[in-house]
Ligand binder design. Structure first.
Ligand SMILES: Nc1ncnc2c1ncn2[C@@H]1O[C@H](COP(=O)(O)OP(=O)(O)OP(=O)(O)O)[C@@H](O)[C@H]1O
Ligand SMILES: [Mg+2]
Length: 177
């Protein structure tokens, strides 16, 4: 299994070669983080934000209802997991300040529960202590995943969970080995 860490300060980047690896990356992040956790996901359509979220919620333990679908029409889905309540918010269709209020976003962000937000580009307020996950499509089946905002010991815990999970490093892109 490949060593799966490429760290620059508080940034971890790696390369996912399949949807399953992106799920595994989500599971690994869930395993590494304590509560409260706000995870802000950015990236183009089809980049894998929902896949990563599905893995994350799976990593929190059996979710109800499951599995996680993109909440594009409902904006917010809520799950009960073994490690507590998780919110999956999708801001893709969010248009106005009023929409922000109508989904109770501020309350969700401050709930102290697990919070994952797709299309976080649309958030206008700063979210202190958020974990930022950026996904970029490289080819049909490959994605670059960048995670910012992790502190120690979470950063080290994620790196070791990834190496156990077999998700490959992004070292090639950075010329590091
Ligand atoms: N390495 C990979 N990681 C994640 N998804 C992948 C990968 N390779 C292929 N895919 C495919 O890309 C798609 C990712 O879809 P997903 O819904 O997770 O993206 P998204 O970023 O949530 O999109 P949207 O912006 O529409 O919500 C799926 O069809 C999945 O099978
Ligand atoms: Mg999605």
């Amino acid at each position: 299994m490949e060593r799966a860490q490429a760290a620059v300060g508080n940034m971890l980047t790696w390369f996912s070669a399949s949807e399953e690896q992106t799920l595994e990356a989500g599971r690994c992040l869930a395993a590494a983080l304590p509560l409260p956790a706000v995870v802000l996901l950015t990236g183009d359509l089809g980049a894998g934000k929902t896949a990563f979220t599905r893995g994350f919620v799976d990593g929190l333990g059996t979710a109800q209802p499951s599995p996680v679908h993109s909440p594009t029409f409902t904006l917010v889905n809520e799950y009960r997991t073994q490690r507590g309540k998780a919110y999956h918010v999708d801001l893709y269709r969010l248009e106005s300040e009023r929409d922000f209020r109508s989904i109770g976003l501020e309350e969700i962000l401050e709930s102290g529960d697990w919070v994952l937000v797709e299309w976080a580009e649309k958030l206008r307020m700063p979210i202190p202590n958020a974990i930022r996950v950026r996904l970029q499509q490289h080819s049909d089946d490959t994605r670059r995943i960048e995670i910012n905002g992790l502190q120690e010991p979470e950063s080290a815990a994620l790196a070791s969970a990834l190496s156990r999970g077999g998700v490959g490093p992004d070292a090639a892109q950075h010329g590091r080995r």
